[in-house]
Design a protein around this ligand. Structure first.
Ligand SMILES: [Zn+2]
Length: 240
């Protein structure tokens, strides 16, 4: 899957590794796609340092998950797994994707996070979006800066109470189906390869536990927390 049509999107979700966006905001992306929004995913790496599967298998799994989510495009930036760092060189590798898709909204990883790649991806995504708006950084494309960014956590919530929780109750089953596309990564009895933290039964069950916790915080069945670093415009008060 790629963006061969050259069309822009409404939302660009940027993860460090394939499966980050499904874990953290898969429900949101499924909802937006069903609402007719054009959604693209950019995986900064191909997850080639994962203990199970290889880059080819991870790519097939990521594209299968994209199909389940119903999104428009998915690409990889081919930055090195386990060596993400907020450098000029890595920012410049991301800018062409922002200028190609020209999203109204970017969803990116939140920091701090226990995985160093995730924290690096937070800074990289923010700063690449800023510099993407500068005319004098030349990529052969017009400059573009997404006007709004939201942030998500795949595993943990370390930054205090989120300002938003998305109600994903009606798409939670589809989110889990997208995650099951990652046959090499998550709980999958009989799959060859070493046991990992995320391949444990406890981790798989924890995905629903977290979704139910966040859903409970807003009075629904399943939710996904979302952070922002800019004020959210309100036309009325939620709760009225
Ligand atoms: Zn990750």
């Amino acid at each position: 899957m790629s963006n061969d049509t050259g069309e822009t999107v409404d939302v660009l979700a940027i993860g460090a590794h394939p499966d980050d966006v499904e874990l953290a905001c898969g429900g949101l992306l499924i909802k937006l796609a069903r609402q007719g929004k054009r959604v693209a995913v950019l995986d900064l790496t191909r997850g080639e340092m994962g203990s199970r599967g290889d880059a080819g298998q991870r790519e097939r799994e990521a594209l299968a998950a994209a199909d389940v989510m119903g999104i428009h495009a998915r690409e990889a930036a081919d930055l090195p797994d386990s060596r993400l760092a907020n450098t000029t060189e890595q920012q410049r590798a991301i800018i062409p994707f922002i200028r190609k898709y020209r999203p109204s909204v970017i969803c990116a990883l939140m920091a701090p996070d226990r995985h160093p790649d995730h924290s690096a991806a937070h800074a990289l995504s923010r700063e690449a979006n800023y510099y993407s708006g500068l005319e004098r950084i030349e990529t052969g494309q017009p400059p573009y800066r997404a006007p709004r960014m939201y942030y998500f956590y795949p595993y943990a919530e370390l930054a205090g109470a989120p300002p938003c929780v998305v109600d994903i109750s009606d798409v939670f089953d589809t989110k889990m189906a997208a995650l099951r596309a990652y046959q090499s990564q998550f709980h999958n009895p009989g799959y060859p390869g070493p046991a990992t933290h995320i391949s444990s039964k406890q981790f798989w069950e924890g995905i629903e536990t977290r979704a139910r916790y966040w859903g409970g915080r807003i009075g629904v069945e399943h939710g996904e927390p979302l952070y922002t670093d800019a004020p959210l415009p309100l036309a009325t008060l939620p709760g009225l």
